[in-house]
Design a protein around this ligand. Structure first.
Ligand SMILES: Nc1nc(=O)c2c([nH]1)NC[C@@H]1CN(c3ccc(C(=O)N[C@@H](CCC(=O)O)C(=O)O)cc3)CN21
Ligand SMILES: CC(C)C(=O)C(=O)O
Ligand SMILES: [Mg+2]
Length: 336
């Protein structure tokens, strides 16, 4: 009997006699080793505490299992499955074509990797605007099927009743005012908002309306810093800025922009923290070259076979096909 079976599993794990891949198959749940990336769950109470203590809230988008996993591992507070995935993951020109079923599909994947951050799903264009009843239904689907904890929707005053209805059934709502990308057609494109005194006043009224309706926070997108800071001061709920300056309660960016994985446009407000796109291209190029030069796969990337089995196989082949020169040759070589 090997020593591996004579000491308790926990001790074995600590002594690293069991490889990480074997650990996944640990029989009893209590024997699972601690995940080094595990951290406390961020809940709506955590968000309220951060807002109260004026601790900036970080939010980042994710659209699939790996991008969600990285948001979790990076220690980010909150994660948004944004409908921007229509553009950055699905390649559409706007956010508008993405459907509820598609969004839920992506939410599910993110939820599998993104455990600690507070997880929010973005309701897509056309799924919530017609009436509050439909909005409640789609929000419930996002929570039940998509495994998110909250939903986001675009709009101010005109969406207040909808925010109230969704909040009332127990689903936290993140509102979104300023540049509302789903309405880019009527805004004349992805344009900076609240650039006039009149528009700034309307923005403030919209933010106050969704706060009054029960939104737990509000995204302020593409508005001048001074206006966003003032709106933040006038609200009791936190503001999450994107292109809204440093006076907001928190910040959000689209992950593909932040990591250099989007090729179409770079809004002025994004900051590229890494160039993953280039790293991917470099890696793929190298792979392509190694396939062409046969540098890949090397011996260490291939599976061995027992010599006797190999000899037997080729002997059989040689016997069956008397004129199979290759088999005869290999059989002789291996048995020599
Ligand atoms: N990849 C990506 N990043 C985003 O931030 C994002 C999306 N997609 N899709 C949904 C919306 C659309 N957003 C955008 C897209 C473009 C600009 C943009 O190019 N803005 C111009 C300013 C235009 C003006 O002068 O009014 C800029 O130069 O930043 C802004 C926001 C933000 N959201
Ligand atoms: C940029 C954020 C706020 C968003 O709505 C999205 O990613 O869809
Ligand atoms: Mg969105």
């Amino acid at each position: 009997m090997s020593i591996r079976y004579t000491i308790p599993l926990r001790t074995a794990l600590r002594a690293s006699l069991i490889t990480p891949s074997q650990r996944l198959y640990s029989a009893r749940p209590q024997d699972k080793p601690a995940d080094p990336f595990q951290r406390p769950k961020v809940t709506i109470r955590t968000i309220r505490r951060m807002a109260k203590q004026k601790e900036p809230i970080s939010m980042m988008t994710a659209q699939d299992y790996p991008s969600g996993l990285m948001v979790d591992r990076a220690g980010i507070d909150t994660c948004l499955v944004g409908d921007s995935l229509a553009m950055v993951t699905l390649g559409h020109d706007t956010t508008n074509p993405v459907t509820v079923d598609e969004m839920i599909h992506h939410c599910k994947a993110v939820a599998r990797g993104c455990k600690a951050p507070f997880l929010i799903g973005d309701l897509p264009f056309g799924s919530y605007e017609s009436n509050p009843e439909d909005a409640v239904k789609v929000a419930l689907r996002f929570v039940k099927e998509g495994n998110v904890e909250a939903v986001k929707l675009e709009g101010g005053k005109e969406m207040a009743e909808t925010v109230r209805r969704i909040t009332t059934v127990g689903i936290p709502v993140l509102a979104h005012v300023g540049l509302t990308p789903q309405r880019q057609a009527s805004l004349g494109g992805f344009r900076v908002q609240a650039k006039t005194a009149k528009q700034a006043r309307a923005l403030l009224e919209d933010a106050l309306a969704v706060q009054e309706a029960g939104a737990f926070a509000v995204v302020l997108e593409a508005v001048p810093e001074e206006i966003a800071s003032y709106v933040t001061q006038q609200l009791t709920i936190p503001t999450i800025g994107i292109g809204a300056g440093n006076g907001c309660s928190g910040q959000v960016l689209v992950q593909n922009d932040a990591l250099g994985m989007f090729d179409r446009f770079v809004p002025k407000f994004t900051k590229q923290y890494a160039n993953i796109g280039q790293i991917m291209v470099d890696g793929l190029k190298k792979y392509h070259e190694e396939v062409k030069s046969r540098a890949f796969p090397a011996k260490e990337n291939t599976y061995p076979i027992n010599e006797a089995e190999l000899a037997r196989f080729f002997e059989q082949q040689a016997a069956e096909k008397k004129n199979d020169e290759e088999s005869v040759k290999v059989a002789k070589a291996v048995t020599a």
